[in-house]
Design a protein around this ligand. Structure first.
Ligand SMILES: NC(=O)c1ccc[n+]([C@@H]2O[C@H](COP(=O)([O-])OP(=O)(O)OC[C@H]3O[C@@H](n4cnc5c(N)ncnc54)[C@H](O)[C@@H]3O)[C@@H](O)[C@H]2O)c1
Length: 348
């Protein structure tokens, strides 16, 4: 079968992770690296024997591109994704899929109209521990869900923000929530959602930046459970992100997608030990944004390749990618107004 040709649009930090991931997928290759920076674009293109193109418009028009991986700053995703979909290319977009709901909806509409596949990158969804946790929750094994929490207490130095698109409203769309917390917020909603109300507070406590470096929110879920989200990039040295699920028949706690506590009333002998010894540490961005492995991206990009081959939806499609953005936007709305935000969130 002819390999699928990928264009990586945005050859910065995460563009390199996409390149490594694609190089480990048998029937995929990178044909184009697109970056407005010749230096970064050419360096990455040389590393995967691809060609460098400066403009995304030219990239998406090329016949030797089947799929685009969009790895540009978050607030540029919609313009690139819409152009790619209209050019008939399948679209993979880094998290967050974009930074406002209207921009996300433009992407989803363009992909639907063009009949192309659309995936949003959430690598933790591809951890074994996450898979088994979701299965246990869906089977009702935790009983009545009571508390569903996400704690993202990470660290970024000031140099991470200074002179960068990071920490700006236009291009990052937020701070500790929209950039870092979003991975765990996606898991929280996937396990316990939908969410019905959110009361949130945000602050910029330890960095010079436009957006929040610290946030806290109280949640209620449609199923009656409650929960909290705490996120910061100002907790040195930075701990693994935790998602905690509690019900009247069980507790599951994950750190960076790995199960660290599995206590279920109905657990058969040996299950707890098995769950605590699933796959090993696959890295984390708790202290260093590049402290992640390409392996989870490989799994998600492999899922996209399979989705294209099998003509099915990818595991994390546009609608799934939208949910965490909606929750974060609701926290920002609540923090701004001082009122509880209700979901679904309406944005003009
Ligand atoms: N999944 C993860 O774990 C993870 C980790 C880091 C970043 N990200 C996401 O990936 C995206 C990029 O982050 P990054 O850290 O790699 O940023 P980066 O600044 O390192 O790289 C972005 C690259 O995009 C290029 N670029 C900007 N505008 C462009 C345009 N219009 N056309 C072509 N190229 C353009 C820049 O020159 C730069 O090389 C963000 O959305 C971020 O949230 C995801």
């Amino acid at each position: 079968m002819k390999p699928l040709n990928f264009a990586i649009i945005g050859g910065g930090n995460i563009g390199r992770v996409h390149m490594d991931a694609i190089s480990h997928i048998p029937d995929a290759r990178v044909s184009v690296v697109c970056d407005v920076s010749q230096e970064r674009g050419c360096a990455l293109a040389a590393a995967c024997d691809a060609c460098w193109v400066a403009s995304y418009e030219e990239t998406v028009a090329r016949p030797d591109v089947d799929v685009v991986s969009i790895c540009t700053p978050s607030g540029t995703h919609a313009e690139v994704a819409v152009a790619a979909a209209r050019a008939g290319k399948h679209v993979i977009v880094e998290k967050p899929i974009d930074v406002t709901l209207s921009r996300v909806d433009q992407i989803i509409a363009a992909a639907t109209e063009a009949g192309v596949k659309l995936a949003c990158i959430f690598p933790l969804r591809f951890m074994e521990g996450v898979h088994y946790t979701r299965e246990a929750v869906m089977a009702g094994r935790l009983g009545r869900l009571t508390l569903v929490d996400a704690y993202i207490k990470w660290y970024r130095p000031q140099s991470y923000y200074t002179g960068s698109w990071r920490g700006t409203w236009a291009l990052d769309g937020g701070g500790a929530l929209m950039n870092q917390g979003i991975h765990s917020i996606d898991l929280l909603q996937w396990f316990g959602g939908p969410i019905s109300t959110i009361y949130g507070r945000t602050a910029t406590l330890a960095h010079e930046m436009e957006t929040e470096d610290t946030a806290a929110a109280v949640l209620t879920f449609d199923n009656g459970a409650m929960g909290v989200i705490e996120a910061t990039t100002a907790s040195w040295p930075g701990d693994e992100a935790r998602v905690e699920l509690h019900g009247d028949r069980g507790t599951i706690v994950l750190e960076q997608g790995r199960i660290v506590r599995w206590k279920l009333v109905d657990a058969p002998p040996g299950e707890e030990e098995r769950m605590l010894s699933l796959e090993g540490y696959l890295g984390s961005g708790a202290q260093d944004p590049m402290g992640i492995s390409y392996e989870l991206h490989r799994r998600q990009l492999q899922d996209m390749v399979d989705a294209i081959r099998e003509d099915r939806a990818p595991a994390v499609n546009g609608a799934e990618g939208r949910k965490a953005v909606e929750i974060i936007r609701a926290i920002y709305r609540s923090a701004k107004t001082g009122q509880t935000a209700h979901l679904p969130l309406v944005e003009s």
